[in-house]
Structure formats: C-alpha cells, structure tokens
Design a protein around this ligand. Sequence first.
Ligand code: SAJ
Length: 444
Amino acid sequence: MADGEHTMALDPTATARWAELATRIDAAQATVAVIGLGYVGLPLAMAFARRGFSVLGYDVSEGRIGTLAGGGSYILDVPADTVAAMTEAGRFRATDHPAALREADAIIICVPTPCQRNRQPDLSFIESASRTIAGILRRGQLIILESTTYPGTTQELMVPILESGGLQVGSDVQVAFSPERIDPGNPQFGVENTPKVVGGLGETAGALAAALYGAVIERVVRVDSPREAEMAKLIENTFRHVNIALANELALIANKMGINIWQAIDAASSKPFGFMPFYPGPGVGGHCIPIDPHYLSWKAREMGSDASFIELAERINHGMPEHVVRMVVDAVNETGKSIRGAQVLLLGLAYKKDIDDLRESPALPIFDELAKHGAVVSFSDPFVPTYRGRASVPLTPDTLAAADCVVLITDHTGYDKALILAHARRIVDTRNAFKTADPKVVRL
Ligand code: SAJ
C-alpha cells in the first residue's frame, strides 16, 4: 500500500466483519478507545475526537479521569477547552471502568515503558493494559500498541494475553503496533502532521490500523509486521542517543585540546549534506532517549547479539553529570574555595529547555553529587517551582552574586543571560548558552 493512501486494501478473504469495520473507520463512525491518557494518549484521543470519532479515554488514575470529566487538562499540549469542547460535543468520554472498553471498535494502548532500577525493561504497564483488554475483548476489535518497546513485544507478550480468553488474533480480533512520535512542546509537529509507522499482524490488521490513523494523520507508513514498527522507533531514538554520546565524547576531547567544540560543530554544520548536528550537554534526560536504546540493547543481548556500540553510548552519556560535577569543583577551587560549604546555584532542573519534565534529568544526579561533596546547592528553574521541598530561587543580582558558582544546566529561553553574566561570579555553562569569552565562564 502506498504511503498516504487511506482507502482500505483489505485482504480479499477478510470476513464481512472487517470490511464493515473498515467502512465505519472510513466514515469516522468507529468508536476509538485510548488506554493511558498521558502526554501521548491524550493528544491522540483529542485528534480522533476532533476528526469526529467517538473517543473513550481510559486511565487507571481517578485524578486524571476527574480532571478530564470536568473539562480540564493536565497536559501542556492539550488545552482544557479542547477537552471541554470534545466532551460537550459528545465525542470524548473519560472513564476508569474497563467494561466501557467493550464498546470500542479500536483500542490503542499508550502506557509507559520505563526501565526498572536495575535498568531492565519494565513491561508491567503493557501487561496490565493487555490483561484489562483481554477481560473485555470481543470479536471485531482492533488492538494497537503504541508504547515504545523492544521488537517482539506485540507478538510475544501482548498476543498471548489477548488470546488467553479463547479469541484468535488474526481472525476474531486484529493486532498492530504503531510507535508514538509525540514530542511534548514541539510547536511544529503534533499528532496530525507527524508521519505514523504502522505494522499489522497480517494484512487485514495492517490495513485497518493504517486506515484508522490515516483518518487523522496526514501520512501513514506501512511496514510488514509489528516487529519492523517496534524496531523503527528504537532506531530513531538510538540514533539520537549514540550521536549525542559522540558529541559528548568529542567535547571531552576538544576540551583537552583547548578547542571550542560548539564552534567546531556549528562549522561542521555548514556542510549542506551528510551531516546533522548534535551537541554536548550535561547528560541525556527524558523518558525516551536514555531509555529506548536500553530496550534495544537488552533484547539484542537476550538474542545473543552484541550491542557494545549502544552500551558504550549509554556509558558516555551516563558519565556526563559526573564530568559536570568535576567542572564545578574545579571552578570553585580556582576561586580559592573548597566545594565543601560552597554555594552552588543550578540554572535549570528540567531535562530540556522550556518544559517542566524532570524524568531522567541529568540535573538531578548533578544536584545530588554536589550535595554529597558538601556544597550548598540551590536551583532556579521557571518551570519547576519546587524540588524535594525546596523552592526555585528567583534570579536577582543578590542571589546570583551569593553563589560561588552558577551552573547552567538547562538553557530555558526565558533566562536573562545578561543579568546572569553581570552578577554571577563563576559560571559553568553546559549548553553554550553564554557565547562569550568572559573568563568567568567555563564552557563544556
Ligand atoms: N540532548 C543533548 N544534545 C543534543 C540533543 C539532545 O544533550 O544534541 C539531550 C537533551 O538535553 C535531553 C536529551 O538529550 O536531555 C533528550 O533530548 P531530545 O531532544 O531527544 O528530546 P526528547 O527526549 O524529548 O526526545 C523526543 C523524542 N520523541 C519521541 O520519542 C517521540 C525524540 O525522538 C525526538 O527526536 C525529540 O523529542 C525531538 O527531536 O525533540
């Protein structure tokens, strides 16, 4: 099936049931359920509701359901009045009752896939969602997994749970995988204009899932099976992870050579083909980039493959917070003080600029490590009002001058760089936010 086509090319042997579902999808009359109403599920639910589908949002959090039922929103990219309008129009309903899922023609799973403390993949949320569905599953339903996971999860983990009640995947119900590509806070790309990869377990499943997403998303990219779709997502994020690790290693090398790595990377970016810039940083945060490659390397090892390149990238990125701590200790020492008792002000706790997300943020191990060295650590982040009971410090000439060292970890757009440069005594800049030769600025 060519990319972008939304008409159904159903397998000719498909039963009337699937042809009928295809017709209802094409007419936007199918009922779509989304399990997991977080930063992936809620925007997706709203996209289907806006397109005219009847959408059932399911989440285990009563708090979330309560907020949504009251026409509110807890996701930055989903305005409350969109939730209210879709609810008013009778196109969206939030529930935490699994029985309601029985009425859905299509159920899309958007639950977290974190890593456990020992960095093993944690598929407990997928398992639990699959069991919830198995409890209400009926003939004629299309089940799609979106959560980022290692190749094989759909077929090896989800399908057996779905079939545990006696229904057959591929005939009674259809199954597909389609990775989420939501980029929170991205002003340019949202659900509708980010191409969607779809891999069905069989042609009918693939065609139905492609038609469903094709009703709301401009471009659908079909692959042969869930495995290629699961792998595509891991390739996307592992690509970023290893290239960020390369930028970090180049920064450490450049540092020793007295080279301005930022300038060198920008100069390399002038090459109009065959290059894509990545930049060094204090480490890699978020719930995608540090986690997804780990799912791939874990599965590769399980299958007896070598994933040393991916693991090396993890080690390099994982080691950046420690490198930043060493830079701070050195910067404070150069003022003739010891890190013990020194006042250190961190600028930015969020894992990337202009968002409030702390997940896997490198700022957190930097905070802890400096405190372990005896520093008196405070932070200022306009997106993070409190952290572990401590309040974000307002940036004023006094609070800046009071710090023995200011560490720019997250380059939030709103920081007043001139104020910081004027009043901070020493700055460790991990993002090249202060493009200045001022000797008080030490750059990664
Ligand atoms: N980072 C660097 N150097 C870089 C780029 C990023 O150190 O050159 C750091 C960031 O500071 C952050 C971490 O890596 O701590 C991850 O940054 P990211 O820009 O990859 O942002 P994420 O984690 O929000 O990644 C998401 C991903 N989206 C999905 O998985 C659907 C990723 O695939 C997107 O490419 C990325 O957003 C994006 O481009 O914004």
